[in-house]
Ligand binder design. Structure first.
Ligand SMILES: Nc1ncnc2c1ncn2[C@@H]1O[C@H](COP(=O)(O)OP(=O)(O)OP(=O)(O)O)[C@@H](O)[C@H]1O
Ligand SMILES: [Mg+2]
Length: 236
């Protein structure tokens, strides 16, 4: 039966060594939604994102993506299935130029991935200006745009971003928020993002999941995604 749920996470357990961090996370995302995962430092937000994209093994529970159980798939297979990931602190190749970094994105996108460098330059004109510049010499905001552009090249169905605004000046954060909304509007990209910056959350999140100590404990939707309630959840 067709469903508009693109991601379904059920009772997920995972951790490092013998220490559990995720302790029964459940959440779901509809096609085309922009959903925030918020919570205090160290509650397991990045761990959850790593688990979703397959960089961390799931101990228990299931991850269903477009009606397919992907729990046992490796990260590269999940990328081919439609996951895109921009890690916390971004991870561009600092010695390579902007262009070369985007070419790596094309390789990761694989033969099925559409080649979209021109589209990346349309969303992030700054990258076109700096296409021959070595990435490590660019500002944090420019590197974040590059990291997002590289993920976009693989034409992900679901883009996962871990704290995209961290350490970035407000004008570039605004530009990134606009670009994310355009991806959804123009390419149909579904977006899940971790964020602690109130303005970014209010700017793009349609719904928020609140994470505490390795679990999703509540959610906010519609009018409840407002400054007072989001601030209250971040301070829990
Ligand atoms: N590679 C690792 N090895 C061992 N423990 C880790 C590792 N990465 C994270 N942890 C621990 O797992 C817990 C959750 O960390 P995680 O990075 O997922 O939190 P977070 O919610 O993303 O925090 P932040 O807001 O600071 O980014 C923390 O106690 C952290 O110390
Ligand atoms: Mg984190």
């Amino acid at each position: 039966m067709p469903t508009d749920r693109i991601l379904d996470v059920s009772e997920l357990w995972a951790g490092y060594g013998a220490t559990p961090i995720l302790q029964g996370v459940s959440m779901s995302v509809l096609r085309g939604e922009i959903v925030g995962v918020i919570g205090r430092n160290g509650v397991g937000k990045s761990t959850l994102m790593r688990c979703l994209i397959g960089l961390l093994e799931t101990w228990r529970g299931t991850i269903t993506f477009m009606e397919r159980d992907v729990t046992q798939l490796q990260a590269d297979a999940r990328a081919r299935a439609g996951f895109g990931y921009i890690p916390q602190g971004r991870d561009v190749f600092p010695q390579m130029s902007v262009e070369e970094n985007l070419q790596v994105g094309e390789l990761i996108g694989g033969p099925e991935g559409r080649k979209l460098p021109e589209l990346v330059y349309e969303y992030f004109p700054r990258l076109r200006e700096r296409r021959r510049q070595v990435a490590g010499t660019m500002s944090g905001g420019e590197q974040q745009q590059l990291a997002i552009g590289r993920a976009l090249i693989g034409n992900p169905t679901l883009m996962i971003l871990d704290e995209p605004s961290e350490g970035i000046q407000p004008s570039i954060v605004q530009h990134i928020c606009d670009a994310l909304k355009s991806f959804r509007a123009e390419l149909g990209t579904t977006i899940v993002f971790v964020e602690q910056n109130l303005d970014t959350i209010l700017e793009i999140a349609e719904r928020c999941y609140i994470m505490e100590k390795g679990k999703i404990t509540r959610s906010l939707a519609g009018e409840d995604v407002n400054a007072d309630s989001v601030r209250a959840q971040l301070l829990l």
